[in-house]
Write a protein that binds this ligand. Structure first.
Ligand SMILES: NC(=O)c1ccc[n+]([C@@H]2O[C@H](COP(=O)([O-])OP(=O)(O)OC[C@H]3O[C@@H](n4cnc5c(N)ncnc54)[C@H](O)[C@@H]3O)[C@@H](O)[C@H]2O)c1
Length: 340
């Protein structure tokens, strides 16, 4: 850990990627000898929406301080900064499901934009030394050929992507106008253990476990760049340690696969048949392909993704089967999300 950044505040730390990041930091702390901790205290804040779940942090529970709070709540966020005085903030908190944003965008605008502005204002007031903002590849929209660099223009397609693009621009404006020491990270599509089963991979496993068909949009040929969540968390840590203030970093794996290929692979791992797939009406505004040029993060921080897609999928599907009770406990929240 970079010297001086010993108190870290993580927003959205009970979510899929945020909790992976928390578990990574805790495991690193356990791996180094006492008195030699790279960080001294970890504060996690999360509203615990339908997508947040403290069971993801069970193994880290006695190593962190947790506050249940909405990042839009300026007064409470101020109180937490005043008390905890974090050196660094890593902002994962967001509403994240594209299909929900198409149904109703309001909470996406509140959390993703207003919430980010509250955190920025508070970090400015308390002179936080580092502000890492987790944006997304979706801010660029789709790209049929080639790759997006960090300078590619924004062309978000969904209300989710538009709200993330607004937050990303807001962070940029605070860097330029107020000199907030922020860094923006734009990861590609994550998959891995603990992902909420509204997202393609765990949703597909859950459907098979329920004996139901897997809904795949259109012909399934939309291409995503798949990043194993453990690699994403390590990438974020690399950027926290070695990234330059004011910079933007794409965080991609280079492993492109059409959705249908990912689903067929997981069916094979599960020993299930391809007739479990049901093609459904396409998502409005569905991006055909995302692909990031991630040379900058590799060059400047030395980060490399370690997990091959097939290996990551085996781990993920294996985890889902082992944790089927957890997946099934989310069923009520996702039933009805995908129509024929
Ligand atoms: N999952 C991906 O593939 C992916 C890819 C690129 C970028 N991202 C970005 O990474 C971040 C984390 O994504 P994720 O997949 O872990 O999401 P997630 O939906 O699993 O977790 C989001 C977390 O934020 C919390 N949260 C929501 N609203 C909040 C609020 N108002 N105040 C405090 N906490 C709140 C939720 O309770 C949840 O724990 C998001 O910013 C997302 O846009 C995700």
């Amino acid at each position: 850990m970079r010297r001086g950044l010993s108190k870290i505040l993580i927003t959205g730390g009970a979510g899929f990627i945020g909790s992976e990041f928390v578990r990574l930091l805790v495991s690193l702390r356990e791996a180094v000898s006492a008195g030699n901790f790279p960080w001294q205290s970890l504060v996690v804040i999360d509203k615990l929406t339908y997508a947040g779940d403290l069971s993801r942090l069970k193994k880290a529970a006695n190593k962190i301080k947790f506050y249940r709070v909405d990042i839009c709540d300026k007064k409470r966020i101020d109180g937490i900064f005043a008390k905890e005085k974090p050196d660094a903030v890593v902002n994962f908190a967001a509403e994240t499901h594209v299909d929900r944003s198409i149904r109703d965008a309001r909470i996406f605008l509140e959390t993703n934009i207003i919430g980010t502005s509250v955190l920025l204002d508070t970090a400015l007031k308390y002179k936080t030394e580092r502000f890492l903002h987790i944006s997304t590849d979706e801010v660029y929209g789709e790209i049929k050929k080639g790759e997006f660099t960090e300078d590619s223009p924004f062309k978000p397609s969904s209300p989710y992507a538009a709200s993330k693009a607004a937050a990303d621009l807001l962070v940029k404006s605070y860097i330029r106008t107020y000199g907030v020491p922020a860094i923006i990270i734009r990861p590609c599509n994550n998959y891995g253990p603990w992902q909420y089963p509204e997202k393609l991979i765990p949703l597909s496993v859950l459907k098979v476990l329920k004996g139901q068909k897997i809904p795949v949009y259109a012909d399934g040929r939309n291409v995503r760049e798949w990043l194993f969540v453990g690699d994403c968390a390590r990438g974020i840590l690399h950027i926290l340690n070695k990234g330059s203030i004011g910079q933007v970093y794409n965080l991609g794996s280079g492993q492109e696969r059409p959705n249908i290929e990912a689903v067929k692979l997981l069916l094979k791992i599960l020993g299930a048949q391809e007739r479990m797939i049901q093609f459904v009406r396409d998502r409005p505004g569905h991006d055909a392909r995302y692909k990031l040029d991630s040379r900058k993060v590799r060059r400047q921080t030395g980060w490399r993704p370690k997990t091959d897609f097939r290996e990551g999928m085996r781990d993920t599907v294996g985890w889902c089967v082992k944790n089927k009770k957890w997946l099934l406990s989310k069923w009520q929240n996702i039933a009805g999300l995908y129509r024929k």
